[in-house]
Design a protein around this ligand. Structure first.
Ligand SMILES: [Ca+2]
Ligand SMILES: [Ca+2]
Ligand SMILES: [Ca+2]
Length: 155
């Protein structure tokens, strides 16, 4: 997506097993506001969802950005094994299996798109490939700054 022309603001270290720098992976994110960890594609490896708020230089950032899902594997985590999901000033994400197929959906809220607080939150539908931009449902959102609550028990 916009990677390569706009630098990540933050890298988050993921520590495996022991608190030693030799077991730390740096995973780029954009001004991350929320993290969820779950095995979203049910392959036995935990995956990490970073909900990103803005991206770009501190004095010229944009709210239209990507939240990121890094998929775990036997080799750990890699920028080459992640999905970038469009989001608008997001501050919270939640995982819940809304259609009861075993794969959790990723819900991402939306605060601001750079010109309007009337913007779009998304449900990204889970499947064995995780999430991608094709499998999503748009939900109108107005300046959401609070977290998402999924009402009802699906588990
Ligand atoms: Ca997984
Ligand atoms: Ca959350
Ligand atoms: Ca599901």
């Amino acid at each position: 997506m916009m990677e390569g022309t706009i630098q990540p603001l933050v890298s988050i270290g993921v520590v495996f097993g022991s608190f030693s720098s030799s077991y730390t992976s740096s995973l780029p994110t954009y001004a991350c506001r929320d993290v969820e960890v779950a095995d979203v594609n049910l392959d036995g490896y935990e995956d990490i969802v970073f909900i990103n708020h803005v991206q770009g230089a501190a004095n010229n950032y944009v709210y239209t950005t990507s939240s990121m899902v890094y998929y775990g594997s036997s080799g750990g985590f890699s920028v080459n094994n992640r999905d970038d999901l469009l989001s608008y000033g997001a501050t919270d994400g939640e995982l819940a299996d809304l259609n009861n197929d075993g794969y959790p959906e990723l819900l991402i809220n939306a605060y601001y798109n750079g010109s309007s607080y009337e913007t779009t939150a998304y449900i990204h539908w889970g499947d064995p490939d995780g999430y991608d931009a094709g499998g999503r449902t748009s939900i109108p959102a107005v300046g959401m700054v609070n977290g998402i609550q999924v009402v009802g028990a699906f588990e």
